[in-house]
Design a binder for this molecule. Structure first.
Ligand code: AHR
Length: 516
């Protein structure tokens, strides 16, 4: 009841705010661009804190309802997002992971120390077979990240043989004895992670040599696994440049990592909640740097890969704040607010604009860690605002991008920082409908947007809006639906839609048009 009152108040406040001049959005629906791969909506699950243990995996004997160890509530919620691919087991953890620790009867598996994340015991309850059970339950593809940092060529080659071989291979027989006679489908295989840091502190020349050596011996039986090299981060283009020019042959994509941080406030905090407008705009500006990072890296890739064979794989992205007070050190637990949903939507729009090269991403991370979809506490689960952003954008998976022209788009400014007020993206969905996503970054003013469809007359639009009264509005176990999508509709006048985007909102609509 309290929530309804708050929303009603917010709507009233929004309605009273003055509208700026109309922002013009023209959808060039007759000029289709590249397909937005469904893999752009990928997820990352690492052996880190409660990202897997507790958050997703509870084990078959748990009192928490599960299917072969995986939580029914969490898997059910993730299925609604049509998660296309899951990256596992890391991250930094990938380069300390030895796959033989995670096969065979669970009681007999060794316990190792997770030196990357909190120094906790890793009992290897989740190993190869459990991970593939998860992706099967989700209906997702597997992105397995191999260990280049502390493993060996032989170990990696044998893991891939274990995963994919049939016939008389002894490793295939071992897989069958462990419960899975049929080979697994490994859609993507990563060779190392952050080789410039936790993956071995290498120079790019050294990593490229290692990559070529590993890739020479790793042979997935099915032959259609895509190989991803561990690339650079932030404003560094050197790794993309070097890898795409010097690694020929078995290379299908180069990875890239960029985390959004708001920068410290006057108390030196990078808080997930309780931030002011200065931190709001700083975060959104920081996240929009992704546009330039992708453009610069893709420009390097274009120089060396004229056939557009290589993918630019943003396999870690999202917000990174101070960890939640009272949470376990090294577990990277943070709250997730409306601001995170905005970050997600702004990044989706950027990824769509680069759909020809950005063919896979994975947000860090799926459950309980960094910018998560879902938070859990024991048997309880709550969906975050980021979950809702992913859910609203589902129609963009495998949709055909459509150019959007923005005019009269004001800057939203606060202090000495300015960013465009509106971000937009459009695509023709697999269902044939025309989808439009709009983000109003201004937390104080609504944006009035006039939408035209080039060569057609817009008739109406319907979909959902995500907004809230406070910049740091979030869902908690006590109030799990404080931030959730609400219906949104607009009708056209003279073939033009006028849409009022509430302050700090994301709107995704299907646009109906009539051809002249
Ligand atoms: O997502 C958390 C960590 O961030 C990953 O393990 C690592 O690759 C990155 O530095």
């Amino acid at each position: 009841m309290k929530i309804i009152k708050t929303s009603a108040l917010a709507a009233a406040v929004i309605a009273c705010l003055p509208a700026a001049a109309e922002v013009s959005v023209t959808i060039e629906s007759a000029k289709p661009g590249p397909v937005i791969s469904k893999y752009v909506y990928g997820q990352f699950a690492e052996h880190l804190g409660t990202g897997i243990y507790g958050g997703l995996w509870v084990g078959p004997e748990s009192g928490i309802p599960n299917t072969r160890g995986w939580r029914n509530d969490v898997v059910g919620a993730l299925k609604a997002l049509h998660v296309p691919v899951v990256r596992w087991p890391g991250g930094c953890f990938a380069d300390q992971y030895h796959w033989r620790d995670g096969i065979g009867p669970r009681a007999g598996r060794p316990v190792r120390i997770n030196t990357n994340w909190g120094g906790v015991d890793e009992d290897n309850a989740v190993g190869t077979h459990e991970f593939f059970e998860l992706v099967e339950q989700l209906g997702a593809d597997a992105y397995v990240n191999g260990n280049l940092g502390s493993g060996s060529v032989q170990e990696m080659a044998e893991w891939v043989e274990y995963l994919t071989a049939g016939g008389k291979s002894s490793l295939a027989a071992l897989r069958a004895r462990n419960g899975h006679p049929a080979p697994y489908k490994v859609a993507f295989f990563g060779i190392g992670n952050e080789a410039w840091g936790c993956g071995g502190n290498m120079q790019v020349e050294q990593y490229a040599r290692e990559y070529r050596r590993y890739a020479s011996f790793v042979h997935p039986a099915s032959g259609n696994t895509q190989f991803i090299a561990a690339g650079g981060h932030d404003d560094d283009t050197g790794w993309t440049d070097y890898l795409s020019s010097k690694v020929q042959g078995r290379l299908d994509g180069v990875s890239f990592h960029y985390y959004t941080s708001p920068g410290a406030d006057s108390q030196g905090k990078y808080g997930a909640l309780g931030f002011d407008e200065g931190r709001w705009i700083a975060t959104l500006r920081q996240t929009q740097r992704m546009e330039g990072f992708i453009a610069n890296n893709v420009a390097r890739m274009d120089q060396h890969d004229k056939q557009n064979k290589l993918a630019f794989v943003v396999d870690e992205w999202g917000t990174w704040y101070d960890t939640e007070e009272g949470s376990t050190s090294g577990f990277l637990v943070q709250q997730n607010s409306l601001r995170d949903a905005m970050v997600a939507a702004l990044n989706f729009n950027i990824f769509h604009a680069h759909a020809d090269r950005v063919r896979m991403t994975s947000i860090a991370q799926m459950v309980n860690v960094l910018q998560a979809m879902i938070r859990t506490d024991g048997a309880r689960m709550v969906l975050t605002p980021t979950y809702h952003a992913f859910s609203m954008y589902v129609p963009f998976q495998d949709a055909t991008s459509v150019p959007v022209r923005l005019a009269n788009n004001p800057q939203y400014s606060y202090g000495d920082v300015s960013i465009p007020a509106v971000s937009a993206s459009a695509a023709r969905g697999k269902d044939g409908r025309l989808y439009l996503a709009l983000v109003n970054t201004n937390p104080r003013e609504l944006a009035e947007v006039a939408v035209d469809i080039a060569g057609a007359a817009a008739a109406s639009a319907s979909g959902t809006v995500l907004t809230a009264a406070a910049m740091d509005a979030h869902n908690s176990f006590a109030a799990p639906e404080a931030v959730k999508p609400a219906p949104f509709a607009a009708t056209a006048k003279g073939g033009r839609l006028v849409m009022k985007l509430p302050a700090k909102s994301i709107v995704v609509v299907a646009v109906q048009a009539t051809t002249p």
